[in-house]
Design a protein around this ligand. Sequence first.
Ligand SMILES: [Fe+2]
Ligand SMILES: [Fe+2]
Length: 346
Amino acid sequence: MTTRWETSDVLQTPMEICWQFAYEIDSDKLKALYAKAKRHQWDAEVDIDWSLSVDPSRPPMDDDIISGIMRVPLIAQLSRSQREQLLAHLAAHRLSQFLHGEQGALMTAAALTHAVPDYQGKLYAATQTMDEARHVEVYARYIQKLAMIYPMTEVLKHIIDRTLTAQHWVKTAIGMNMIVEGLALASFHNMLRVTPCELLRSILRGVLRDESRHVGFGSLYVGQAIAEMHPDEREDVADFAFEIVNLMRQARRRGAPPDPGFLSVLDNSQIDRGDFWKSVAELAATGERVELPRDQVHPFKHLMMPALVRVGAITERARERYRAEGIPVWEDRATLEAFERAEALE
Ligand SMILES: [Fe+2]
Ligand SMILES: [Fe+2]
């Protein structure tokens, strides 16, 4: 058991921390975002009805991955209670990634509060820090009702560590507000659409309202900073964005090794790993393909790539790198803009 003074990991960061004594607000959009952030604060203790029960026989998520796994003959033959146990662990594994990602967001938002050069950016980043604290609180509390907290996937940890230890705040804002939060926004939205769990729905609705502001901040603020950069500095930022996107894509490639967290899900559900893979192979032999959890849903097409293009984080030179890796540079902003207007929320 880790005591409160024993940390799980310690990073050294070269980020600059700056004071700003000019207290004028000169961006109406940022001012409006800050005002909205203050108005929409909520208290997870009061505004979520924690007395709602979580029914393990109805999975908190009901997506292709779950239905794929349920088709594996070995799993289809499990008793009802074993199946419920597996579903609870699968959900805990997925939600654990949300939880750890939120802790990363909490720390990057705090880092941005230190590092952004202007007063209004600091005020906004402080509201985001509080939002992220609340998100950590709600996911940690919800997971306890399911099973256990699973470790962070290696790729998510690596991406957030790189974001936290970037030397320039623009990279931090790109890594977190634009890329990781783009991913989170899409994952939360997809889960809200399918989950039958009323408690999780109310959590996701609250979190999503906050997250759409965070993605909006990334786009608004980073675009202006990149436009004012020296071209060499802009290329450096574009390289950073490419490397983070590429890391995410590589982790999701077919044939990537199974996530160690998923293997622990099998262990914790008393499912023999060998028997499981044998059964997956049997199903595959019939021509059926089973998707297994690798990482979260990836919203490259609708959120991340159009947002990176819009702020100028994909330069002509960077386009070559995306092309060489076979990563399309999607530019259609319709979904992104709908999210920002919170119209995509129910
Ligand atoms: Fe968050
Ligand atoms: Fe966020």
